[in-house]
Design a protein around this ligand. Structure first.
Ligand SMILES: CC(C)(COP(=O)(O)OP(=O)(O)OC[C@H]1O[C@@H](n2cnc3c(N)ncnc32)[C@H](O)[C@@H]1OP(=O)(O)O)[C@@H](O)C(=O)NCCC(=O)NCCS
Length: 429
């Protein structure tokens, strides 16, 4: 059997044969299908990229029907059990797990860049006391491009490497500053004796003690959450990173755009939305009523449920549910957990959710953990952005080095009026 697709154009009766490679046809192969020489050729219409591959990637594999997520071929469950965030970030960026020596160098490279310029601190001080930390993070990432003009050299491997180190190292620092700013506490400088996650907790929560030591269970739990969020192939924010980066702008500007995409409630803002929803429901007894409203379309969606790709239980949600027990053993149970469990129980047996294949996604339980650990809801998308930095920069670099990629420029189907003459204002009705 040939790996081709035969297309009959019923408008002309002509037949075309286009190659099928890796389960796809090239959209540009359809351009030859015309009804007349001046016809620009057949195009595809795919709002929201429901069935269009925009790149070839070697980074993250997802099988949404089977609930599989792998970074560079390694199952997420194994990485969550055995790896740590920085090692996983290395894997995502370089394609292989590091040797001891490589990991040591990598940790040093990242640790060397955790400090931010004092002027960045001043810039952040300019925000209102109640500024959403995600808005602060997005703006500060964009501002980095003015501090590191060398970042424009995107085709210089050494420069790219340096910006990648800076981004992975400095995003936790500015995330912590954004939090401290919102509660009016002084910023805490990084402590490079601590682990990546331990230092982040230090910058968030250190008070007058000389040395901050995070609870090891919470430190590990946050690190696992970072592993789970490190990449997720071509999601909205990663597509933004690739799309903006395709104009050859510096990575800070591109990543500010990616972080902005993450901020939306349908993406990284969903865990914040889940918490608000659980608070609004208020008690287990009100769950059936809430579900009724969701189904009738009267209320909001069931936040933390459903996914464009996963049509079964999100594998990250499974890991998170396990971590939740460990965290709650330290912090005490989050009172909203009972409501979440009841929502899940009812939704998983309800025809509406079953037929639409709506299962809990990564955001359904992560917010409960973050809240139990003492994070305000506004920090939730920030906690997503920190680890996703590794995925964004890896996908950005892959895009830049892919000789098939050009500036992203989708087509449109124009549905407005065509050619009409200007009407002077006094002649308009
Ligand atoms: C994630 C999400 C944006 C994916 O959207 P999508 O792939 O475009 O799926 P659709 O919106 O087309 O959903 C398909 C159907 O399921 C319904 N649906 C999807 N998610 C739903 C939810 N969370 N609650 C209730 N109904 C939902 C839609 O209304 C639609 O129903 P219909 O066929 O009767 O019109 C969507 O599921 C959602 O908004 N979930 C809540 C937000 C969330 O948790 N986001 C985090 C993602 S990690």
């Amino acid at each position: 059997m040939a790996d081709t697709l035969t297309i009959t154009d019923n408008r002309t009766g002509k037949q075309y044969e286009v190659p099928v490679t890796e389960g796809t046809i090239r959209a540009t192969d359809l351009r030859q299908i015309k009804t007349a020489p001046e016809d620009p050729g057949l195009a595809t219409y795919d709002p929201a990229f429901m069935n269009t591959s925009a790149c070839r990637s070697r980074i993250t594999y997802i099988d949404g029907d089977k609930g599989i997520l792998e970074y560079r071929g390694y199952p997420i469950e194994q990485l969550a059990e055995h790896s740590n965030y920085l090692e996983t970030a290395y894997l995502i960026l370089f394609g292989e797990l590091p040797t001891d020596a490589q990991l040591k160098t990598w940790i040093t490279d990242i640790t060397l860049h955790t400090m931010v310029h004092e002027n960045i601190k001043k810039l952040m001080e300019g925000f209102q006391y109640d500024a959403h930390p995600m808005g602060v993070l997005i703006s500060t990432i964009a501002a980095f491009s003015t501090f590191y003009p060398d970042a424009k050299a995107i085709f210089d491997e050494q420069s790219r490497k340096k910006q990648i180190h800076r981004l992975i190292a400095k995003v936790p620092s500015i995330a912590a500053y954004a939090y401290r700013h919102s509660i009016g506490r002084p910023y805490v400088y990084p402590d490079n004796d601590l682990s990546f996650t331990g230092n982040f907790l230090n910058m968030l929560f250190k008070m007058t003690e000389l040395k901050y030591k995070a609870n090891p269970v919470l430190e590990r739990a946050l690190d696992v959450l970072f592993i789970l969020h490190a990449d997720h192939e071509q999601n909205c924010s990663t597509s933004a990173m690739r799309g903006i980066g395709s104009s050859h702008v510096d990575p800070y500007s591109a990543m500010a755009g990616a972080a902005a995409a993450l901020y939306g409630p349908l993406h990284g803002g969903a865990n914040e939305a889940v918490l608000r929803m659980l608070n609004e429901i208020g008690s287990v007894s009100k769950v059936p009523d809430f579900i009724k409203k969701v189904k009738s379309g009267e209320g909001s969606k069931l936040m933390g449920f459903g996914h464009r790709v996963y049509k079964s239980y999100d594998p990250r949600a499974k890991v998170i549910k396990k971590i939740a027990d460990l965290v709650f053993a330290v912090t005490g149970k989050n009172p909203l957990l009972e409501i979440a469990l009841e929502l899940e129980r009812i939704a998983l047996q309800d025809d509406y959710f079953v037929t639409r294949k709506l299962y809990p996604n990564v955001d359904f339980y992560s917010g409960l953990i973050y809240q139990a650990m003492g994070f305000p809801v506004e920090m939730f998308p920030v906690l997503f952005a920190i680890p996703r930095t590794a995925g964004w920069v890896a996908q950005w670099e892959e895009m830049l080095l892919d000789t098939e990629q050009k500036i992203a420029r989708p087509r449109q189907i124009y549905t407005g009026p065509v050619h009409r003459d200007y009407v002077p204002r006094d002649k308009r009705s």
